[in-house]
Structures are given as C-alpha cells and as structure tokens.
Design a binder for this molecule. Structure first.
Ligand code: GDP
Length: 369
C-alpha cells in the first residue's frame, strides 16, 4: 500500500475517490505526487480557497474528532483551547472537561485586537476564568492574543516552549475562532515553514489533524475545528460573515434611550429597553453592522418588514431562526452579549429584553470597559 500523502493546507489525507470528502484531488494531480513529480500539494478545496477565496463544503467526521479527544485523556499533553473573545460562550468547549483528564489546560482568547484600546486585560481574564469555572474547566493560564495582528504572541510562545519539553501540545477549538491563523503565526514566529495551514473567514476549514514538529522532539498538534450549531458563524454565508466580523477595534456608539425604545443590530440582535431612567446604552459591534433605533411598540412590525433587506444580515427573511428574547434585570453595569456580533453596555437599574436568532449566544457579564 502506498504511503499516505497529506494536503499541506489542511492536513487531510489526499484521495481522488470522493470529491465531497476531505482531501479530494483529481486523479491526474494525485498521480503526479504519487510518482514524485511534485512534492507538496494542496487538496482541491484548499487550492480553491487559497486562489479564489472560495469555500467548498465537505463532510466532517465528528466521530474521528471525538476519538482524538478521547485519546487525549490517556496521554500526557498540554491542551490549548483557543476561543473567540467575541463568541466566548460558544467557543469554550465544555465537553473538554471529560477529555482533559489530569492534563494541563490553558485558554487562549483570540481576536483581542478587536477590543477597544482602553480595555483592561485583567478584567477580561477574570471574566474568562469565571465562565470557564462555571463550566467545570480550570485553566492553568489564560492568554489574550491576536493571532492576526500577532499581539501578545511572545508570551504564549514562551509558555508553549517551556511546557512542550516533555509533552505534545494539542490545539482545540470550535471553527472560526482563529486557531489556524494562530498556528500559522506561531510557526511564522518560530521561523519555520510558513502558510502550512489554511486560514479563512469561513467556518470548518481545518480538516483532520496536522502535526508540527518542534526542535525538542515534541509536536504542536492542530485538531479540526468543531462546528457547533450554536455559532452564528455556522449559519451565515461568507458575504454576511464579512459584515458581521469586525476587522478593526470596536468603536463604541452611544444611544440615549428611554424605556419604550428598541435597538436592532441589523437582523441579528435586538434590545428592548423596558424599565428604567433616561440613560445611554453603548453598542460595540463591527462598523459595517447596521444599527437601528425605533420604538418598541413598532419594533415587531419593523422587523417583519425589513429583515433580510434594511436589517441585513441575514440576507433573507427565513435564513435564520426567528428572534427569541430573554429579559434581564441589570443590577450592575453590564455588557449584554450577542455572541459573534458584539455587545451592548447597559447601566445598572435597567430592565431590558435582548434577542438573537433562536436565542443563540445571549448572555450578560459585568461591563468590561
Ligand atoms: P479556525 O476555523 O479556528 O481555524 O479559524 P481561522 O484561522 O480560519 O480564522 C477565522 C476567521 O477569524 C478569519 O476570518 C480570520 O481572519 C479571523 N481571525 C483570526 N485571528 C484573528 C485575530 O486575531 N483578529 C481578528 N480580528 N480576526 C482574526
């Protein structure tokens, strides 16, 4: 049997049988690699992604991933859960608790570059730790980084170097948290092979696992992103994701509100101000997101009329589940979270109702800024 050949983009084993499965490459191209005419090759999917920025769907085998996670508990390994600071509750892998075993576990909060410049790192880390503890996870360390902007990477790399002396390092994360971008950045900083792993704005692009050898004989292991249905990113198309995903630090936009007012975050979020004094709410979201203020009594009608058009994303009316709301009695200055989209800071003493499609990713935390 011939040796397995892997795509240098996503790490999938190359095959030419099924174009719908990971690692597909037409037979003619695969033959060139097999007979040594070419050494390095991308699967068709990674090739298209790199050259045309085009995503091809592929069926992910979750069983393989679970098996990989299962094997971690029995190994000595450092487990790194990369999370998206803007979709924290959905990107923290709660089932990790079962897989970590007695291994060390750290949290890496990515996309820190999007937080406003005056954000306090210690406050953000405290919040992450509390949330992790609530889910039964006890990270040894928490890092706030930007993989894309290479911010705070040195600190993380130092830690990884130190802790990979006697074990492999496994990176786990849900899709779209920036895990591939991070690993690329680490490789880059280490002065090793560049662009080894595909990165893209589209969820679900890292397939199979990929091992990066370290000088000390151990490996950095990238595992496939787990796609969770809870992530908004899994429901939006690339164009919509482009609108939602901030590219620059979030700029606060303040709205003076009275009870009876409603704010829409395009068609992806809504907040009704139910009770409290005249006050201001501060919206933190991508600059390309359309924010609309209206009267709560007219809000349902407004949404029905404009969702998919003025209120876009979503691109069409029935693309996402209907907005589902939850009331919050805000006792201290808090951020109301719209996972994957942004947050709205609300002062103490307000009763509000917040909505997202299907109630996905709603939550509150003590105001961070
Ligand atoms: P993966 O699915 O976890 O491997 O995620 P990718 O590395 O493919 O990144 C997902 C999206 O997040 C892409 O659009 C990246 O450009 C973006 N991204 C990754 N890292 C950062 C970061 O540090 N800051 C910002 N703002 N975006 C990032």
């Amino acid at each position: 049997m011939s040796e397995e050949i892997r795509c240098i983009g996503c790490g999938s084993v190359l095959q030419s049988q099924d174009s719908q499965q990971a690692g597909y490459l037409p037979q003619s191209a695969l033959a060139k690699v097999e007979n040594g005419e070419r050494e390095e090759v991308y699967c068709q999917r990674c090739f298209r992604l790199r050259h045309y920025n085009e995503i091809m769907p592929v069926e992910l085998d979750n069983d393989d991933f679970l098996a990989l996670l299962n094997s971690l508990a029995a190994k000595k390994a450092l487990i790194v859960n990369v999370v998206d600071l803007f979709d924290f509750s959905n990107s923290l892998i709660s089932s990790l608790k079962r897989f970590v075993g007695s291994n060390d576990f750290i949290l890496v909060g990515n996309k820190f570059d999007l937080f406003p410049l005056n954000s306090k790192e210690s406050k953000i880390k405290d919040w992450m730790r509390q949330e992790a503890n609530r889910m039964g996870l006890y990270p040894k360390e928490i890092f706030l980084i930007s993989a894309a902007k290479k911010k705070n990477l040195d600190e993380l790399i130092k830690y990884l170097n130190l802790h990979s002396q006697d074990q492999d390092v496994y990176f786990v994360g849900t899709t779209n948290v920036g895990k591939s971008t991070l690993i690329n950045a680490i490789i880059d900083e280490m002065g090793d092979v560049q662009n080894l792993i595909t990165t893209s704005r589209f969820p679900g692009t890292t397939l199979d696992r990929i091992e990066i050898p370290l000088d000390n004989g151990h490996f950095l292991v990238d595992t496939p992103g787990i796609m969770t249905k809870k992530q908004l990113a899994s429901k939006l198309d690339p164009k919509e994701l482009d609108i939602v995903a901030p590219k620059k630090p979030l700029k606060p936009a303040t709205y003076q509100l009275l009870p009876g007012n409603t704010i829409f975050l395009a068609g992806l979020g809504r907040i009704d101000y139910l009770q409290g004094p005249s006050t201001s709410f501060t919206v933190y979201a991508s600059r390309s997101m359309y924010v609309h203020r209206t009267k709560t009594e007219k809000a349902d009608e407004f949404y029905e009329k404009h969702v998919g058009e003025l209120l876009t994303p979503p691109g069409a009316k029935d693309e996402l589940p209907a907005l589902k709301g939850q009331e919050y009695n805000i006792k201290y200055r808090s951020d109301v979270l719209f996972a994957g989209v942004g947050f709205i800071t609300v002062p103490a003493g307000c009763l509000i109702k917040a909505y997202t499609p299907g109630g996905i990713g709603l939550g509150t935390r003590r105001a961070l800024i």
